[in-house]
Design a protein around this ligand. Sequence first.
Ligand SMILES: Nc1ncnc2c1ncn2[C@@H]1O[C@H](COP(=O)(O)OP(=O)(O)O)[C@@H](O)[C@H]1O
Ligand SMILES: [Mg+2]
Length: 303
Amino acid sequence: METVIVKNITKRFGEFTAVDRISFSVSKGEIFGLLGPNGAGKSTTIKMLCGLVQPDEGTGSVGGLDIVNQQWDIKKIIGYMSQKFSLYEDLTIEENLEFYGTVYGLSANLLQQRMNFIYELVNIKDHRHSLVKNLPLGIKQRLALGSALIHNPQILFLDEPTSGVDPLMRRIFWDEIYTLAKEGKTVFVTTHYMDEAEHCNRIALIIAGKIIALDTPQGLKEKLPYTIVKIVTDSYLKAYNVLSKENFVIEVSLFGTDLHVVLEKQYKHFAIIKKLLQSHNIHDVTIEPILPTLEDVFVMSAR
Ligand SMILES: Nc1ncnc2c1ncn2[C@@H]1O[C@H](COP(=O)(O)OP(=O)(O)O)[C@@H](O)[C@H]1O
Ligand SMILES: [Mg+2]
């Protein structure tokens, strides 16, 4: 069952098109990621879905409600965690949750029940009497997720929720997102972290307001119409220079000290690469085809 459907939605700011005719749909219980660099149009897209920004063109619905005509109703059924979390710094965790629960009209009983659920899910009970301004970012971030969940919404919109948070905290946060999706909640999340996008069921790549690819992480990698080979050598900088000058090489990038070389899909002449490097006195070479990383997919799709 599809809970989010958009068709050709567009947003302009004056002459500038921030989101350019994008279309996709998201199923119930799915974790759907919108992956793209800064300024790509992720926040603007999420705001159109949350009923905060009116699209200039296109149609769409969220939980069966129209994103153009039923913006007010959409706000009641969704959870939204904005890029700059809206927490009250001079209130405690408990007071923040109570405040949001009251805004959504929860009864005292229900509010207590939801708060217990949230304390459990995001593991912040021990801090409940601390002022938000005294908390580390990782805990604020989990409280922001908790606040977005106070009214038990079925669809969650998370805008770069893990920005600036350390890897361990990000891991924990993703475990919490999995728990929510397993319960049937739909999660729409934006990110600019390639590795993080691997956690999503499907990903749309967005650049300059346009979706340039949309598939499962595995599907994106398999369907990339290139062969990627990994080359490992101590002389990686020299090899980089040699290979970047070759016509049959479409792209060379460095991943640490490994080289990823992009070749035509059917190009299998690894022996030629080996010979070429040997002719430049690079002998300690291993060459193997690899499945592209999401970063490879992104770089190649953006060309
Ligand atoms: N209210 C606005 N007025 C003018 N330009 C905006 C506004 N909001 C966003 N933009 C521009 O639209 C583009 C996309 O922004 P945004 O959706 O925030 O991107 P992202 O979230 O992917 O970083 C950026 O170039 C941004 O400067
Ligand atoms: Mg943004």
